[in-house]
Design a protein around this ligand. Structure first.
Ligand SMILES: NC(=O)c1ccc[n+]([C@@H]2O[C@H](COP(=O)([O-])OP(=O)(O)OC[C@H]3O[C@@H](n4cnc5c(N)ncnc54)[C@H](O)[C@@H]3O)[C@@H](O)[C@H]2O)c1
Length: 469
C-alpha cells in the first residue's frame, strides 16, 4: 500500500522545482488538472502558499501558529466577526481578529531584519477573504454551523480548505461539502489532527493488521459538558460593540443574543453544533472508522444506551450524557459514551486490546507497542514523514504540513472531505438515535435510515437565507 510519503514534500520549494514536480505528478496521475495560478498566488511573496485564516477564537490559538510555523506558507489575512474580546473557553482568553492580526504581524516581524511587518490584513466578513485573488487557501476555524456554507463558497471561489472538525453540522451538510470540493477540484483537509499523530496511527494500524485478533468491540469516549447552562430563566443580552452577531448566526435560525450562546460555548446548542458527541467523537469515532477500514462507509445499526438530555428551556440542549451503540456490518460493536478523561479509544479483540487517548498508547500484550510492520502489512499513511517543525502536543503542525503538501501535489491529504464527512456522520447518527431512543438501521451506501422517515428528516436542517450550500 502506498503511503502519503510517496507524495510527501518538505520545507519550501523554489517556484521552478514546484512547477516541474507538479507537472510530473499531473502526467503520472493522468489527471485532467493544471496547476491553477491561484496555487502560487498572483501576488504571493516568492513561492509561498498564501492563506486566509477565518475564525480567530479558541482553536486558532493552536491552528494559527501551526500555519505560521511552515515557511512555505504565508498568512495574508485573518478574519473574525469579533474584533477582540475576553470570554472564550476561559474568561481570560483575549481573542478575535485584532489580536490574531497582531500575532501574525509580530511573528513575521520577528523573522525580518527590519524587525517590523504590517502585511497581515484583518476583516470582519469572510467573503472579502474569498474574493482575494492573491489567497490560495483558507483555514476555517469557526463554529460548526458555518462549516458547510463556508466550505462550499470557498470551493466555488477556487480556494483549498483546511476545515476544523467536526466537518459538518448534519449528514446532508457533509454530502454538500463533498460535492462542492470535488466539483471544484479543491483540496480539503479535515482538522481531525489525531490522524497525524504517530501513536493514534499505530493503534489503528495494529487493529487493521489483526494484531489483536478479531475485533469484537470498540469503546470511544467523549467528554462531559464543560460549561454551565444559564438555565431556563436566561435573558437576552445586548450585543457587545465590535461583535457582528448577525454574521456569527449566519445560516443558523435567528435567536436573541446571549454571551453563552456564542464564543466557545456554541458547541452545547444543537443549532450550531452537536455537543460533545461531535466535538470529541470527531476524534474518537474517527479512529474506529480508520482502524476498521470504514472511511468510505459506516455502521449499519444504531441504538440508544440511556443517553441523557437537559430539561427544555435552557440555552444548552445537547446530550448531557452520551451513550449509544453502533454495529458495523461485520459484527463489530462501537460503544460511544461520556467518560473520563474525555478522549480515548479502546479496541478489544480476541487476542488483546489497544488503547489510545490523553494517556498515550497502551496495549495488551505490551509487546504490541513496539512490534514492527513488514512489507506485507497494511501501512496507514504518514502525514509528515520528514518533520521539519516541532509537532507540538497534538501534531497539528504535521496535519497542516500534510495539507500544504497536498495543495502543492494536488493529491488528497490524510483526512479528505469524504473521510471527514463519514466520521462526522457516525457522530450525527449517534445524536439522532439518542434523540429518538429507538433502534435505527442505517444504509451507508445510500446514506439513509432504513424505513424511518422521521429519522431521515433529521439528516438535514434548514439554512437561513440568504446563505446556501
Ligand atoms: N481540532 C481540534 O481538536 C479542535 C479543538 C477545538 C475546537 N475545534 C473546532 O474549531 C472550531 C472553532 O471552535 P473554537 O473552540 O475555536 O470556537 P470559538 O467560539 O472559540 O472560536 C470561533 C471563532 O469564530 C468566529 N466566527 C464565528 N462566525 C464567524 C464568521 N461568519 N466569520 C468569521 N469568524 C466567525 C467567532 O467570533 C470566534 O472568534 C469548531 O468547529 C471546533 O469544533 C477543533
Amino acid at each position: 500500500m502506498k503511503t502519503l510519503e510517496a507524495f510527501g514534500t518538505r520545507g519550501s520549494f523554489p517556484r521552478r522545482t514546484f512547477l516541474k514536480r507538479a507537472a510530473t505528478l499531473s502526467t503520472i496521475a493522468g489527471a485532467p488538472w493544471l496547476v491553477p495560478s491561484s496555487v502560487l498566488g498572483a501576488n504571493a511573496p516568492g513561492n509561498r502558499i498564501t492563506v486566509g485564516f477565518i475564525g480567530c477564537g479558541n482553536q486558532s490559538t493552536i491552528d494559527l501558529p501551526a500555519f505560521l510555523g511552515h515557511d512555505d506558507c504565508q498568512v495574508l489575512a485573518v478574519c473574525d466577526v469579533n474584533t477582540a474580546s475576553f470570554g472564550y473557553k476561559t474568561p481570560d482568553q483575549f481573542l478575535g481578529r485584532k489580536p490574531a492580526q497582531e500575532r501574525v504581524n509580530a511573528f513575521y516581524a520577528s523573522h525580518k531584519a527590519s524587525g517590523s511587518y504590517k502585511g497581515c490584513d484583518a476583516c470582519n466578513d469572510f467573503r472579502e477573504v474569498l474574493a482575494r485573488t492573491d489567497i490560495d487557501a483558507v483555514a476555517i476555524v469557526v463554529p460548526d454551523h458555518w462549516h458547510a456554507p463556508m466550505v462550499a463558497m470557498a470551493a466555488r471561489a477556487g480556494k483549498d480548505v483546511y476545515c476544523e472538525k467536526p466537518l459538518s453540522l448534519t449528514v446532508s451538510d457533509g454530502q454538500a461539502m463533498v460535492k462542492a470540493v470535488r466539483q471544484h477540484r479543491r483540496i480539503l483537509q479535515t482538522g481531525s489532527h489525531y490522524r497525524s499523530s504517530p501513536d493514534y496511527r499505530r493503534a489503528c494500524q495494529l487493529v487493521r493488521n489483526g494484531r489483536i485478533g478479531q475485533v469484537k468491540r470498540i469503546l470511544t469516549q467523549v467528554a462531559e459538558i464543560n460549561a454551565v447552562d444559564p438555565g431556563p430563566g436566561w435573558q437576552p443580552m445586548p450585543v457587545p460593540d465590535g461583535f457582528d452577531y448577525e454574521l456569527w448566526l449566519g445560516p443558523a435560525p435567528w435567536a436573541p443574543y446571549h454571551k453563552d450562546r456564542c464564543l466557545y460555548r456554541f458547541r452545547f446548542n444543537l443549532d450550531y453544533s452537536g455537543g460533545q458527541v461531535t466535538n470529541f467523537g470527531a476524534h474518537s469515532n474517527d479512529a474506529a472508522q480508520w482502524a476498521l477500514d470504514m472511511d468510505g462507509s459506516g455502521p449499519v445499526e444504531f441504538e440508544d444506551l440511556g443517553s441523557e438530555w437537559p430539561p427544555a428551556g435552557g440555552l444548552y440542549n445537547t446530550a448531557t450524557k452520551t451513550a449509544f451503540r453502533a454495529r458495523y456490518a461485520n459484527g463489530v460493536e462501537l460503544v460511544c459514551q461520556t467518560a473520563k478523561p474525555g478522549f480515548g479509544i479502546r479496541f478489544e479483540g480476541s487476542d488483546g486490546w489497544v488503547e489510545y487517548g490523553y494517556q498515550g498508547l497502551k496495549t495488551h500484550p505490551e509487546s504490541l507497542k513496539t512490534s514492527t510492520f513488514g512489507p506485507n502489512d497494511i501501512l496507514l499513511p504518514v502525514s509528515n514523514p520528514n518533520r521539519t517543525v516541532d509537532a507540538g502536543k497534538y501534531h497539528i503542525p504535521d496535519h497542516v504540513r500534510n495539507f500544504l503538501d497536498s495543495v502543492k501535489s494536488r493529491r488528497d491529504p490524510i483526512e479528505p472531505v469524504e473521510v471527514g464527512h463519514r466520521s462526522a456522520s457516525v457522530c450525527h447518527l449517534g445524536n439522532i438515535v439518542m434523540r429518538l431512543k429507538r433502534k435505527l438501521r442505517w444504509d451507508p451506501a445510500r446514506e439513509q435510515f432504513v424505513d424511518d422517515a422521521e429519522a431521515n428528516r433529521m439528516l438535514a436542517r434548514p439554512i437561513r437565507l440568504p446563505w446556501r450550500l
